[in-house]
Write a new protein. Structure first.
Length: 342
């Protein structure tokens, strides 16, 4: 009789057991038991170097500013609080950072405004000397960054501040004058009553004409003396007092020239040379009869011509023309010209 007992070697595998067998390696991998490789080194958390240190002498002060680093050398957030080691010291070739740092003075007070670190130090002790400035950052863990870019300055006696700045409107623009010896000056201008000043000109005499100023707009000006102390370095004076002005157009155009009159059938034709002022609005025509009193005949456009149809045959008419600008200023009249109506 045939044995019907199942053969253990021919049993169908349990599906649950097979799934568990496949999942076990995956679970081991996900739990980290299958990690292969060297452990990562710990983060050093050293502040990144400042790269945009800038300094300038202004009057009797050395003004310094830079952008504080926000990350470590590994690109991680730096954290707070941070401190800055800003120093100034004499520069002597050949330059050695360690030697410089050992004798350089610290500049302790540093303010941060709108993401910019700034401070200043008296220039008196360094007058006539070449100095070098640099800064490094100290993180919340006490670790120091490397030194920033090194900035070199030649310190000179404080440049003379421009005095008595005066702004006056003219037909050609705003004319500025100030007191001070001839030299190099920078003119700064602000349009409107708020906003920042922008450099408008560099001049060598204590005067300047702002030909771009528009009538009816407010402007404020400052002037600063510049003393060049190298090919790409300069010391600045303190800024002058402000001078503000809203120029008004009180300046008439030039009198028209070249007036010509010709009698035609039932009219007298006028023509003249056109004015070239950019704010020209038009012309005004005047007439007198038989050398009588002058009367305004018409206001015309910028076209330098006019036809007078209100004439009587046999009468002599005399004409003159003036120019009108957009502010309503009227020029003197042109030289008169006459003709007899046909």
């Amino acid at each position: 009789m045939r044995d019907c007992k199942p053969n253990p070697e021919s049993r169908t595998p349990n599906p649950v057991s097979r799934i568990s067998t496949l999942l076990i390696p995956a679970l081991i991998f996900l739990t980290g038991c299958g990690y292969v490789g060297e452990p990562l080194p710990p983060l050093r958390n050293i502040p990144a170097n400042v790269s945009d240190l800038a300094a300038v002498q202004r009057g009797g002060r050395i003004i310094v500013h830079f952008t504080p680093p926000g990350k470590t050398t590994e690109g991680r957030p730096l954290g707070l609080p941070v401190r800055f080691d800003l120093r100034i010291g004499a520069a002597s070739p050949p330059f050695d950072a360690q030697t410089w740092a050992a004798q350089a003075r610290a500049i302790p007070r540093i303010d941060i405004r709108n993401g910019l670190a700034q401070t200043e130090a008296p220039s008196t002790d360094w007058t006539g000397r070449d100095v070098t400035l640099a800064v490094r950052t100290i993180g919340p863990n006490g670790k120091e960054s490397g030194w920033s870019n090194f900035v070199n300055l030649t310190v000179v006696p404080p440049p003379q501040r421009p005095a008595a700045l005066h702004a006056e409107a003219s037909a050609d623009g705003v004319r500025l004058t100030w007191e001070g010896p001839a030299g190099d000056f920078v003119v700064l201008r602000r349009e409107g009553k708020e906003g920042d000043f922008a450099q408008a000109a560099e001049v060598q005499q204590p005067e300047w004409l702002d030909r771009t100023a528009a009538f009816g707009k407010p402007y404020t000006y400052l002037v600063q003396r510049i003393v060049k102390v190298g090919e790409d370095r300069a010391a600045q004076s303190e800024l002058s007092d402000e001078a503000s002005i809203t120029p008004k157009d009180t300046y008439p155009p030039a009198a028209p020239s070249g007036l010509r009159v010709v009698a035609g059938p039932n009219s007298i034709e006028l023509a003249w040379d056109g004015n070239t002022e950019p704010d020209l609005a038009g012309y005004r025509v005047y007439r007198s009869v038989a050398e009588g009193a002058w009367q305004k005949l018409a206001d015309v456009s910028q076209v330098p011509a006019y036809s007078d149809h209100q004439v009587e045959s046999g009468k002599t008419y005399q004409y003159a023309v003036s120019a009108i600008d957009q502010a309503g200023n009227e020029s003197p009249r042109s030289a008169p010209a006459d003709a007899a109506a046909q």
